[in-house]
Ligand binder design. Structure first.
Ligand SMILES: [Zn+2]
Length: 62
């Protein structure tokens, strides 16, 4: 029983960290709020969870 729980906790922790296959850096997930214009001309905010690493951090934080 105790072993089973241990394993579950470990695998849960592991899944929080993603490594980019391109730059081999850690990927951080940030909430990225994007303004989107709707068809009737109103602005809506959409929040997206975006994975950020060295490959695209300049793009996301620009
Ligand atoms: Zn990368």
């Amino acid at each position: 029983m105790a072993k089973k729980m241990d394993f579950a906790q470990k695998s849960k922790k592991k899944s929080d960290v993603h490594t980019c296959p391109i730059c081999a850096g850690p990927i951080q997930y940030v909430k990225h709020v994007k303004a989107v214009k709707t068809e009737d001309g109103a602005w809506k905010f959409r929040s997206l969870n975006t994975g950020v690493c060295k490959c695209n951090e300049a793009e996301v934080y620009a």
